[in-house]
Design a protein around this ligand. Sequence first.
Ligand code: 1AE
Length: 411
Amino acid sequence: MSDTGNGYCRATYRCFDDKADFGKKAASIAVGLTVGSWTELPESKKAEMEKHLGKVVSVTEYEAGGPPTGERCADIVIDYPDVNFSRDIPALLVTVFGKLSMDGKIKLLDLDVSEGFRSAFPGPRFGVQGVRDLLGVRDRPLLMSIFKSVIGHDLSGLKEQFYRQALGGVDLIKDDEILFENPLTPLEKRIETCMAAAREAQAETGQKLLYAVNLTGPTFKLAENARRAVAAGANALLFNVLAYGYDALYELSRDPGINIPIAAHPAMAGAFYPSPHYGIAAPLLLGKLMRLAGADLVLFPSPYGSVVMPKEENLAVRDALLDGSVPGRTSFPVPSAGIHPGLVPLILKDFGKEVVVNAGGGVHGHPLGTAAGGQAFRQAIEATLNGDPLRDAAQRHEALRAAIEAWGVKQ
Ligand code: 1AE
């Protein structure tokens, strides 16, 4: 998120309308979301209220038949004075897109916060470098696998599944986001069991591993539950950010008692970003705001797999998470959903080394089993980094060969 640096936070919208005067629309947003009314104010009052008034920065119109959807629309940029809102993400969002989100066809495309606003946000505690340091892996993309078939399973079933994933050489294992507090695998027991499996696997593989346990429960209990998780030996958290709100992530990420990385899950993101007409654009929703709120890793649908996000948007999410010109640590991009080893060359081509390759079905659905699933991914990553076509590498690696036979290779 670039900074405006001048005491204003800048919002960019795309507004669709067949007939509207977009200049007037922009002016009514700038006034309506700040001082309420302007022309009716006496001159003496205007001087007093000036510092609270939103400013229209630009209005760029597209006539019908033009980009981006063929409908008549305009990109409207408005600056909002910091003095109007407190330094928290809910206040910012309610100011720039509270009532406005319900006022016709309008989408929030982007936000650039002021230096003053940003100064309240330390950002990710670990970020890309911190996660790499914890794992001791610096020279390759990371590999994460996702627990599957967890509901209704007990601790021994979970332990077995964890161990097999770990044996495959993954760097991180995340809970399924739909695994909540439950009598069969309660939080502390789950952590103790899985971390014991991680130690057993480490004795075999020599590899460190982060287990992102799903942090759940009522909002006001999250911090307490996270501290319980840390006390039980958790070394990472998974968090459904959009269900709770960015502010919950912000509070967790800066809590001194919760000093482990947090992976943000994108559950519910589809209610916000896919429409061209409504909602919040993916690079802001899953990129800038997640990083600002303190996510160390951010999962989002990839352009390759089963829950598809257009590639241009995907790469913009990546850029928002990794942009080195933005103050604070970078967040690891985790393009996800429907990922299998045959997609690794595409992922690395688009994301380079700073990416977490993440798969559930692509690990557990491997024809030779879960451990072979992880191995196939590691083999695919190594081959791609060495410039080896996957089909050539598959001649030397049984796990990769079986994966390619099952899922193919995508160019
Ligand atoms: C976009 C989130 C992906 C996710 O959480 C998940 O569980 C993916 O599973 P697979 O890899 O599609 O089986």
